[in-house]
Design a binder for this molecule. Structure first.
Ligand code: ZN
Length: 245
C-alpha cells in the first residue's frame, strides 16, 4: 500500500491541488493529512471539500481548533489571529461540522497521526528536536508516526541496531524504514513551507517496500497570494509564501 501524507494545508488551494496531482502520479492507495487544513490562506472551503473528496484520514490542527473556538486566541500571533477570525466567517455549517469531527490523534493499524507531539496532543506542542521526538515516540503505539505543525520536514528513526535516535533534516529526502523499531516523520507543509524552500511538500510511505520519502513541487504561488490579498488578509501572509518562511 502507498500512503500519501499531506502536511499543513492552511487554505492554500493552488498548493493542495498541485500536491495531489503529483502524489497521484505515484499510485496512492490512501490519503492522510496531519491537521491545519485552514488558517493563513484564503480558500478554506475549497481545501476542505478537496480533502473530503479524497476520503482523507485527517487529525485536527491548532488553527482548525482555534477556528472552532477550542483554543485561546492569545496562543497565536496577530496575523494568525486575523486569519482565524476571517476563516470562521467564511466556513459553512458543513465545514464547521467537519472540523469538529476531527480527532486529536488517529491510530490506524499502519500509523499514528497527530498534528504535533503525542505528549498532551490537545496542547499542540512542536516536535523540533531529538528530545521532543523521543518524548512523542515513547507514546506512539504504532511503528510509524506522522506529524506536521512546524512546517519543516524531518525524520526520526529508532533503529534496531542503534541506541541513539537518528535524525534527518532535509527539504527532500528518502530513506528505508527497515531495521527500525519506530519512525516519526514530520511531513513538512503543503501550503506554507517554513524551511526557506517555498515549494509545497508532501510525503509518501510505501508499506510494501518499507520506504518513506518527502518530495517538493512548485505551485502557482502568485495565485495563492492574489486570493489572500483579495480577501483582505494581511499582506505578510502573501509575501511569506515567496520566501518559504
Ligand atoms: Zn500549521
Amino acid at each position: 500500500m502507498r500512503i500519501a501524507i499531506l502536511g499543513d494545508v492552511h487554505s492554500n488551494l493552488p498548493a493542495l491541488r498541485r500536491v495531489i496531482d503529483a502524489a497521484r502520479r505515484e499510485s496512492i492507495d490512501h490519503w492522510v493529512q496531519v491537521g491545519d487544513v485552514v488558517g493563513y490562506g484564503a480558500e478554506p472551503r475549497e481545501c476542505i471539500d478537496l480533502l473530503r473528496s479524497l476520503g482523507a484520514t485527517v487529525c485536527i490542527g491548532n488553527h482548525d481548533a482555534a477556528v472552532l473556538g477550542m483554543l485561546d486566541a492569545s496562543y497565536f500571533n496577530h496575523y494568525a489571529r486575523v486569519a482565524i477570525d476571517w476563516t470562521r466567517s467564511q466556513l459553512r455549517t458543513q465545514d464547521i461540522q467537519y472540523l469538529k469531527s476531527l480527532p486529536f490523534v488517529v491510530e490506524h493499524h499502519e500509523y499514528t497521526l497527530t498534528h504535533g507531539t503525542l505528549r498532551m496532543p490537545e496542547q499542540f506542542g512542536y516536535v523540533l528536536t531529538v528530545v521532543e521526538a523521543k518524548e512523542s515516540l515513547r507514546r506512539q503505539k504504532t511503528r510509524m508516526g506522522f506529524v506536521g505543525h512546524s512546517h519543516v520536514p524531518a525524520v526520526y528513526l529508532e533503529r534496531t541496531d542503534h541506541a541513539d535516535l537518528d535524525a534527518m533534516y532535509a527539504p527532500e529526502l528518502e530513506t528505508s524504514t527497515e531495521h527500525c523499531h519506530k519512525v516519526l516523520m514530520n511531513v513538512g507543509s503543503v501550503g506554507q513551507p517554513r524551511d526557506e524552500d517555498p515549494r509545497a511538500a508532501f510525503a509518501i510511505y510505501d508499506t510494501d517496500r518499507q520506504r518513506i520519502w518527502i518530495r517538493r513541487v512548485e505551485y502557482d504561488i502568485a495565485a495563492a497570494q492574489r486570493t489572500i490579498l483579495a480577501a483582505g488578509l494581511p499582506d505578510v501572509l502573501a509575501r511569506r509564501l515567496d520566501l518559504g518562511v
